[in-house]
Design a protein around this ligand. Sequence first.
Ligand code: DAT
Length: 174
Amino acid sequence: MIMKKKPNILLTGTPGVGKTTLGKEVAQRTGLKYVNIGELAEEGQLYDGFDEEYNCPVLDEDRVVDELEEQMSEGGVIVDYHGCDLFPERWFHIVFVLRTDNTRLYTRLESRGYSGKKLQDNVQCEIFQTILEEALEAYQEEIVHQLPSNTPEDLEQNTEQMVQWAEQWIKEHN
Ligand code: DAT
């Protein structure tokens, strides 16, 4: 059986910007596979210690990378994570960094139950463009794209853009 070549997409950005919502939608429309790194780590208990300050387990990055290696080399995966320098650069054909206005992000994270330092730090992460800078350092600038993720219209437009990009890539590589 001849398998079609498919691209790998990294969907990144501060928690709450809408990665999961967009990633699942694009996966559904393209047939690409959606992988949420947080869920993958939880399922496989891919942790290495516990962060007392943030009250959460610490990701075992090497084991996460090992776990994904095979499907990434097959292609056709959308990876959702709020970080991007743990993955091998060669994995991804394109990187999308979602961006959300501070006040909207604050509201979304608050309704997710975040408060205090966790809420503040995440909103600051967005203000300081931390993930965007991480992405620009880890990947070639030409493949890193910022997408506004404030409104349902943005979601619709971003979905459209990603679906079109993926379809075009598949056409060009098969
Ligand atoms: P993430 O996976 O980045 O943490 P999410 O997909 O869980 O984010 O979305 C966080 C919340 O924001 C969720 O209630 C859905 C909502 N949301 C996502 N994208 C949005 C958009 N473009 N406009 C309005 N709300 C959005």
